[in-house]
Design a protein around this ligand. Sequence first.
Ligand code: UD1
Length: 359
Amino acid sequence: MKVISIVGARPQFIKAAPVCAALRTQHEELLVHSGQHYDYNMSDVFFEQLGIPRPDFNLGVGSGTHGQQTAEMLVLLEELFTEQKPDVVLVYGDTNTTLAGGLAAAKLNIPVAHVEAGLRSFNRTMPEEVNRVLVDHLSDILLCPTRTAVANLEAEGIADGVVLVGDVMLDTARHFADVAEAAEAVERMGLEPGGYYLATVHRAGNSDSETNLRAIVEAFASADKPVIWAIHPRTAKNIGTFGLQTRLDSADNIQTVPPVSYVETVGLLRNAAALLTDSGGMQKEAYFFGVPCVTLREETEWTETVELGWNRLVGADTARILDAIGSLEKPEAHPDVYGDGHAAEAILAALNARYGARS
Ligand code: UD1
């Protein structure tokens, strides 16, 4: 079987690593990088560290408005699919790259396989929610990470092609958890294990809103421990635009660093007292490593983390963020709600079952 897999943004590289490895044991895979993320520390470093094969095609799309970015990918992917004639197109998650890949394939009647299908925040103002709903509705096989995801699809009338495979991010996390470089990041930055918070902010609802970003900076500045803030380029830009740099510089406990590699992130996360984030994937990674999470949003796709008491949703509200930081909990129960760390193999098996094990 000939599979074209499409990636383009940081979280997709992390998800693709184990899936590419599994697919290539039996099938021909072509990897396409849309170019949505293009900085060295947003893209190349992930390919190097995670051992992801070099992309066969890079569309070099880069930054733009949602319409520009998606439309440009759509045109280029349509050409590529027409030329390459894949049996299946595999897309990941919920970015503009996912939508363009899914839509281009579906219009050419090429089956779409969606990894991380069925997630819902039920907040349609998030671009990611629009992307994932659309892609789920045009996918032929929906590879779900959780039971909640399966139930979400069922509620929307999607049952055919739905397979519970577990979470591929757990495969990657288990694989890289103990590499030496992970622990070294903590040491190199002069941090005490358990003595700091790790923070990331990049969700448009926070990083593009002056009110939200200001409230988050205020909370971090008043936290009782050092805050290591790995700053996404979009957030860095807006800190300047909103005039928040001076406040940030005056807060002795905040240490900002450029986006960090996967392995360093794992090291920093595992040793943190808590994760403060609006990322989707990182809420879950915190759970994998038994680290409490404070989520700077009002809703989450990873509801299990909240129900189990490992994650608190506090929005971009200074007082609520500080309250959550002041009452962190590590519940005793920590069930395997994200599968067994073998989701990539389950994905391979699901694809073989649906499309035949032809190589
Ligand atoms: C995207 C995804 C989001 C995902 C996130 C991971 C969409 C709609 N959103 O958001 O779901 O969680 O990636 O990081 O697809 N930029 C750089 N260098 C880069 C990449 C981006 O400077 O390598 C800057 C550009 O100014 C760009 C901005 O960051 O305009 C936003 O990048 P974009 O990929 O559009 O969205 P993200 O915010 O990264």
